[in-house]
Design a protein around this ligand. Structure first.
Ligand code: HAM
Length: 422
């Protein structure tokens, strides 16, 4: 295959049949976000590299290994966004949005990960961010918003599980980190290469290891929960009380650390067992230090992002079903082709609820009828040379067993209106 024809690894094309599902998911998102009072924000896919190194953290996998970073023609260091929290916060700071704000977004993100089912290098997220609110109520709201999303997608309550954890404050984490480093140093011989490398830069991420040989070590490691200050404990307990009161089930997972450095206090993930290894469909949490980290005045923030490709796989049936045209116009000869275009424009203007496709292939009637049938249309409008000459049009039902009829062209709109009266 010529290089020009090769798709970039980890990138996908979304073809019309699948796009229908995306559009339904988008429509559902628009409606749901409006019901919760979130406004849409659209930010560029390209940002300054520094936004992510400062915002997400230099020692994270995303920044260290996965970013599409490059120098542009002016010598600026840029990156395709690997996520949209940092960009949304930057946009809000630039626009002077202060105080309480709720935004959502939907769009492509880029990570140079090893592609597999449910994991792509260009993938899409639907996310929400809420700023200016320090209490756990907003975490609860965002979690309940996700739950509403799953309901709208037709997912049963037991198809998705909510896991929550607290990462405490930076001070709690510093104390825990010191204890972790001391613990892992005592067990240096048991650490794999990745863990040894992370020991001083990001020991918390060692807890996230998938290496079976290190599981016992990790399970016995000092827990952050033993180092949480009073306020952190209270924040987490309040969130649990709010979720309990709302009837939202959850599991506390002390090992949930998330892959981005900006989190503090509550973090959460929604997982499913139905998607194989890439079963996390949504992740989020509180990131109160991020605004300052980027250069703004301190302002608390919480948010989440869902992986659209994973959601689509999970809810494919619910979102399926391209809508076929109502009418397919077959035509033969120059005069008929002119009539076909003119008549279908009239239909689209006068009966805008009907979908009408004109065959513009210039091929014989037989192959046009085949295409008409394949399109799923209910009726074929037939304009052969004879109809064009007599000013008539044939109406041939393609489904069921109705009879073909012939009408004067100027009676067509009334006939169609009766068939599909609204
Ligand atoms: P994240 O956990 O990195 O969080 O990503 C959120 C979701 O995006 C994941 O749970 C997963 O469904 C999807 N996802 C991530 N990487 C891929 C991939 N390579 N292919 C397909 N899907 C993927 C964030 O991005 C945070 N910005 C979330 C957040 C918003 N936290 C606070 N506000």
């Amino acid at each position: 295959m010529s290089e020009a024809m090769q798709r970039v690894r980890g990138m996908r094309d979304i073809l019309p049949e699948e796009t229908v599902k995306w559009q339904r998911l988008e429509a559902l998102t628009l409606a749901l976000m409006a019901r919760y009072g979130y406004g849409e924000i659209r930010t560029p896919v390209l940002e300054k590299l520094a936004l992510f190194t400062r915002g997400i953290g230099e020692a994270t996998d995303v920044v260290e290994k996965e970013m599409y970073a490059f120098e542009d023609r002016n010598g600026d260091m840029l990156a395709l966004r690997p996520e949209n929290t940092a960009g949304s916060v930057r946009a809000a700071l630039n626009a002077g949005l202060a105080g309480v704000q709720r935004v959502w977004y939907m769009g492509p993100q880029f990570r140079h990960e090893r592609p597999q089912r449910g994991r792509y290098r260009q993938f899409h997220q639907i996310g929400a961010e809420a700023w200016g609110m320090a209490g756990p109520e907003i975490e609860a709201e965002l979690i309940l918003l996700c739950a509403a999303f799953w309901r709208e997608l037709g997912l049963a309550a037991d198809e998705v599980q909510l896991e929550i954890n607290t990462l405490g404050t930076p001070e709690d984490r510093a104390a825990h980190r010191t204890a972790l480093i001391a613990y892992f140093r005592e067990h240096l011989a048991e650490l794999d290469e990745d863990a040894t490398r992370r020991l001083d830069s990001n020991p918390l991420r060692i807890l996230d290891t998938k290496n079976p040989a290190m599981q016992d070590l990790v399970i016995a490691a000092p827990r952050l929960s033993e180092y949480l200050c009073e306020a952190s404990q209270q924040h987490f307990a309040q969130l649990q009380a709010l979720l309990d009161a709302a009837g939202q089930p959850y599991v506390i997972n002390h090992r949930l650390v998330r892959g981005l450095d900006y989190y503090r206090h509550c973090v959460f993930e929604w997982t499913t067992t139905r998607l194989g290894a890439q079963g996390t469909i949504c992740g989020g949490g509180r990131y109160d230090g991020l605004v300052e980290q980027i250069g703004g005045k301190p302002n608390p923030g919480v948010g989440f992002a869902m992986g659209v490709e994973r959601l689509l796989e999970l809810a494919a049936e619910r979102l399926d079903g391209a809508e076929p045209p109502h009418l397919y116009v077959v035509n033969a000869g120059e005069a008929a082709a002119r009539n076909a275009l003119r008549l279908s424009e009239t239909i689209r203007q006068q009966l805008p609820h009907l979908r009408c496709v004109v065959d513009c292939s210039g091929t014989g009637l037989k192959s046009q009828f085949k295409r008409a049938d394949k399109s799923g249309a209910a009726l074929a409008l037939v304009l052969a040379e004879q109809e064009a000459q007599t000013g008539q049009v044939g109406i041939k039902p393609l489904r069921g067993d109705g009879e073909q009829i012939v009408l004067a062209q100027d009676e067509l709109i009334d006939d169609l209106r009766q068939r599909w009266s609204q």
